[in-house]
Ligand binder design. Structure first.
Ligand code: ADP
Ligand code: ADP
Ligand code: MG
Length: 446
């Protein structure tokens, strides 16, 4: 096992990883930017190094400075968290060249799955069901031709997209020319890769994903599924584990498909296979996230399994000594992403938290990096914390979440907790029938 790990991230996830390391007896090294000198992750770690200015490209993406900090401190491994460098194959490669373990799959696997077009080909070969779609589109004319045969509406998706960005719906042929040109330009400026492809825009579907863990010896453990259909701008806001309306026979097939996906690339460590589900018998592969996800914590609450510790162990090439039958998800967990953003228009905010009260009690968890008088800097992701509850039944979990949300106080900055109280009392949420258009449709109803 590693004796020292550098955490190349910030915020709640850096704190989460530091906690796991402490419990495992591993020393921790934090990195921070000039804007984060007061950040919790920097003070909780055993050592901390400033790696550059406030902008992520100068600090949290400054690979040379991060590798230097790892070497100087003697860290044997780097945990990238999520976002930032977590799906950056070049960085994983750079770690390897410097004799440092990247806590994640190999650079090759990251590349294979990160390229959404290649991932589709790999999944087709592995026999995993996919939404109708195309290879990379050469021009608007080809896009028009393909869309005609797939049928509108379609989505133009950036090959290198992520974080809900680089996805553009097109509803008719008349829109295609402009949509194609701007999708390509946007993809080029956001991801440095203008390649776009097309997928059928599936409607009335749920986002259901499967959490898995796989070791160097090819053993795979499926740690249940999650429903992450409550989204704004294709980004998740609420997650629950298990997915509430997934039919048992489909659940088995979906878990098998996720295992096939992981086997196909000889995956190692933790990963998630994302699907769209029609509520009946059909589901389609969307992408594989080759990293720890934001919502891993809701699965931890439902399963009692510490996913971060297993990620570290499998990265150190330890065999998984869990058996599939030991994974029992017989309680229900719900997570709300508390973000520093306006609950109505989702505009991000920043400022100083002058009153903070965090709810507690059995089955209540708040993963965050905030504290009283902490100033939220304007440079980073808007996630303030994740409020997670678990209970014997979904109904009890819903009640517990409402109670926890009404207790939560984060004053001084704009934040979205009141939105969740509204969403949780909607009929579609209560009966579990909500789809990925839940939030949008609701906006139109009002
Ligand atoms: P998850 O699949 O774990 O829910 P998200 O899609 O919410 O992940 O992304 C995790 C984090 O990474 C978020 O902070 C998100 O803003 C960021 N992120 C992921 N991919 C990108 C990307 N390509 N560009 C910018 N930010 C990204
Ligand atoms: P990202 O890498 O940004 O997470 P995904 O491919 O996972 O991209 O898609 C993000 C979200 O966009 C999904 O959770 C889903 O709500 C929506 N989406 C993606 N592909 C489709 C599709 N073919 N049909 C309908 N919705 C989709
Ligand atoms: Mg996704």
């Amino acid at each position: 096992m590693f004796s020292k790990i550098l955490i190349a991230n910030r915020g709640e996830i850096a704190v989460r990883i530091i906690r796991a390391c402490k419990e495992m007896g591993i020393c921790t090294v934090a990195i921070y930017s000039d804007a984060d000198s007061e950040a919790l992750h920097a003070s909780l770690a055993d050592e901390a190094f400033c790696v550059g200015g406030p902008l992520v490209r100068d600090s949290y993406l400054n690979t040379a400075a991060i590798i230097t900090a790892a070497k100087y401190s003697g860290a044997e491994a780097i945990h990238p968290g999520y976002g930032l460098l977590s799906e950056n194959a070049e960085f994983a490669e750079l770690c390897k060249e410097n004799g440092i373990v990247f806590i994640g799959p190999s650079p090759d696997v990251i590349r294979k799955m990160g390229d959404k077009d290649e991932a589709r080909r790999t999944m087709t070969a592995a026999g995993v069901p996919l939404a109708p779609g195309t290879e990379i589109l050469k021009n608007a004319e080809e896009a028009r031709k393909e869309a005609k045969s797939i049928g509108y509406p379609i989505l133009l998706k950036a090959r290198s997209g992520g974080g809900g960005r680089g996805i553009r719906p097109v509803h008719s042929e008349a829109e295609m020319e402009t949509a194609f040109m701007s999708a390509r330009a946007e993809a080029e400026s956001a991801f440095g890769d203008g390649a776009v492809y097309m997928e059928k825009y599936l409607t009335d579907v749920k986002h259901v994903e499967v959490q898995l863990l796989r070791d160097c010896f090819g053993k795979t453990i499926i740690i249940g599924d999650r429903d992450c259909s409550v989204q704004r701008k294709n980004q998740k806001l609420i997650e629950e584990c298990p997915a509430p309306t997934l039919k048992e026979e489909v659940r088995i097939k979906m878990h098998e498909a996720a295992k096939k996906a992981a086997d196909a690339v000889n995956y190692v460590t933790v990963g998630t296979v994302e699907f769209l589900y029609d509520g009946n018998e059909n589901f389609w592969f969307m992408e594989m996230n080759t990293r720890l996800q934001v919502e891993h914590s809701v699965t931890e609450m439902a399963s009692g399994i510490d996913i971060v510790k297993w990620q570290i162990r499998t990265a150190a090439c330890q065999p998984i000594n869990l058996e599939q039958q030991d994974v029992n998800i017989n309680i229900h967990a719900i997570e709300c992403r508390i973000c520093a953003e306006d609950p109505v228009d989702f505009k991000p905010g920043c400022g100083t938290i002058n009153i903070l009260h965090i709810p507690g009690g059995p089955g209540v968890r708040f993963d965050s990096a905030i504290y009283q008088n902490y100033t939220v800097p304007p440079y980073y992701d808007s996630l303030l914390g994740k409020l997670i509850v678990s209970s014997k039944t979904r109904e009890e979990a819903l009640r517990k979440m409402r109670s926890a949300l009404s207790e939560l106080v984060i004053d001084g900055i704009v934040q979205n907790s009141e939105l969740f109280l509204d969403l949780l009392s909607e009929k579609e949420f209560i009966d579990g029938s909500y789809t990925t258009s839940f939030l949008n449709d609701r906006g139109h109803k009002k």
